[in-house]
Design a protein around this ligand. Structure first.
Ligand SMILES: [Cu+2]
Length: 128
């Protein structure tokens, strides 16, 4: 009986060690898989994310559909902006008070803006 107990006591740590070993192999496989998935799509996406993160400037034409001085925004129904691949759409641009003073609802305008991850900001407006 004593020998059997000893065998069990000896076997238990061995079994644990075997489990640890199994964990280790599955853990070492994880970084491999992650490294593979990193190197494949991530390296392709990273430069693109940086491109869209950087601000771009463009000019467009449109019609003012709403002005919100409190929010500091002007909503413009604008035609396509080919230089940055935008389709025609109605969207809100940020604009400072000076810009907002120059526009009125229903007015056709040509405008310049910059756009990036923080949103799009009208930088100048001319009546059309
Ligand atoms: Cu737009």
């Amino acid at each position: 009986m004593r020998t059997l107990t000893y065998i069990i006591l000896l076997a238990a740590p061995l079994a644990l060690a075997a489990c640890d070993a199994a964990d280790d192999t599955s853990e070492t496989m994880m970084p491999d898989e992650m490294a593979n998935s990193d190197s494949m799509p991530m390296s392709g996406e990273m430069p693109m994310a940086e491109e869209t993160g950087g601000e771009q400037s463009a000019s467009a034409e449109g019609t003012v559909t709403a002005i919100d001085p409190e929010a500091g925004t002007v909503t413009i129904e604008h035609s396509p902006v080919e230089s940055i691949g935008w389709p025609a759409m109605t969207m809100a641009f940020e604009a400072d008070a000076q810009i907002l003073e120059q526009v009125s609802i229903g007015e056709g305008i040509a405008f310049e803006f910059r756009t990036g991850t923080e949103g799009s900001v009208v930088t100048s407006v001319t009546p059309r």
